[in-house]
Design a protein around this ligand. Structure first.
Ligand code: NAD
Ligand code: IPM
Ligand code: MN
Length: 380
């Protein structure tokens, strides 16, 4: 039987709004496929600070380790500020505890309307399709920080094993395509010691384990520029450090014109190709342990009004079905349903898009349109 154990952490502001809509898609999948997802809800972020005076409790950290997957909304908001622990620290602690070191952030233009919505010219943006893999448990985000009145330090550390496991995820994903996808490793080896070690070890792993994959180095700052001027040049896989990956993945949001469209998966090992089993980070459902969340944040400026675009959360659900539960067909269906709704107007149908995409629909309406498409596609 398909399915498994889910920990749902909706978080703050629009987090609970879009998580609520996305879970309706999971209901439909349960009804039509017979899969069963045991769902437990808990707190992380500002909501946890309010109740427990901590951004995440030990109990929730334990539950996140034991779940087959964590479905996460977003954490943060101006009412909590950033003195530690802030809401965001809850998410960082879960990432570390779960050892979900590979954060997959896809950026593609599968739907026509996205091409039209992009602030970038159509001839430049058309056909963009890359997967950014961001290191998620190290670098400047973690380590022994010092924060004093007049001095602060965030050590930016990487060790061999942390780099090797990232290179292996990038290589494994590249090899899932025939011919293998090209890989770019983005770093600042011209300045940072951690980047020089990163570059050397990534090459060692590829030379030895993925000789068929073309690996190129790209300085992260120039990559930021080239993703705007020549984004299709990076069709394939980009593997990079935590901080660079954070910034470059918001840039993906800029390419699509809205953060409301970008999902992410944080995994404890490389995803297995359809029909195979993961070799690292396996959960009890036969997939990879992971946490799934949109790239966007809690959008306090639009929360409480039913205006948030649910697509990024719904697409995160699709990634969860694929990587943690081996439900490849259902994942494809959910992605197709989102593309269909986004393209509805272009295809001569009704426009059902939220404000960030220039439309007038609310979260619920857009979600219902996606649900309708999922039902229709699952019947076919
Ligand atoms: P944000 O991503 O929340 O919002 C940036 C802009 O995009 C806003 O104008 C917002 O309205 C819009 N936007 C974002 N998601 C949208 C959606 N689904 N539909 C429509 N519009 C959307 O970034 P921010 O404003 O810099 O951060 C707000 C808070 O969220 C901060 O506390 C930040 O730390 C936190 N944050 C949390 C996560 C997470 O939990 N994974 C990620 C990023 C930021
Ligand atoms: C993201 C967010 C987080 C990060 C914050 C909220 C901790 O910006 O998931 O991209 O910086 O990783
Ligand atoms: Mn970010």
């Amino acid at each position: 039987p398909k399915g498994g154990k889910l920990l749902v952490l909706p978080g703050d502001h629009i987090g609970p709004e879009v998580v609520h809509e996305a879970l309706k898609i999971l209901d439909i999948i349960e009804e039509t496929t017979g899969a069963k997802f045991e769902r437990e809800f808990d707190l992380c972020g500002g909501c946890s600070l309010d109740k427990h005076k901590d951004s995440v409790t030990e109990e929730v950290l334990k539950k996140s380790e034991e779940a087959d997957a964590v479905f996460f909304g977003s954490a943060g908001g101006p009412e909590w500020g950033h003195s530690q622990p802030n809401p965001e620290s809850g998410l960082l602690r879960i990432r570390l505890r779960m050892q979900i070191f590979a954060n997959l952030r896809p950026c593609n233009f599968a739907s026509k309307s996205l091409v039209h919505r992009s602030p970038i010219k159509e001839e430049i943006i058309k056909g963009v399709d890359f997967m950014l893999i961001r290191e998620n448990c190290g670098g400047a985000y973690y380590g022994n920080k010092i924060e004093e009145e007049d001095y602060a330090c965030d050590p930016w550390e990487y060790s061999r094993s942390e780099i090797e496991r990232m290179a292996r995820v990038a290589g494994a994903l590249a090899m899932q395509h025939d011919p293998p996808l090209p890989v770019w490793s983005a770093d600042k080896a011209n300045v940072l010691a951690s980047s020089r070690v990163w570059r050397r070890i990534v090459h060692e792993v590829f030379d030895k384990e993925f000789p068929k994959v073309t690996l190129r180095d790209q300085l992260a700052d120039s990559l930021a520029m080239l993703l705007i001027t020549k984004p299709t040049a990076f069709n394939g896989i980009i593997v990079t450090d935590n901080t660079f990956g954070d910034i470059l993945s918001d840039e993906s949001g800029g390419l699509t014109g809205s953060l409301g469209l970008l999902p992410s998966a944080s995994l404890a090992g490389a995803p297995a190709a359809p029909g195979t089993e993961p070799t690292q980070g396996r959960n009890n459902a036969g997939g990879v342990r992971g946490l799934y969340e949109p790239v966007h944040g809690s959008a306090p400026d639009i929360s409480g009004k039913g205006l948030a675009n649910p697509a990024a959360q719904v697409l995160s659900l699709a990634m969860m079905l694929r990587y943690s539960f081996n439900m490849h067909h259902e994942a494809d269906v959910v992605e197709q349903a989102v593309a269909k709704v986004l393209d509805s107007k272009e295809d001569g149908g009704l426009e059902v898009r939220t404000g960030d995409l220039g439309g007038k629909a609310g979260s619920k309406e857009m979600s219902e349109a996606i649900q309708g498409e999922v039902k229709r596609l699952l019947k076919d």
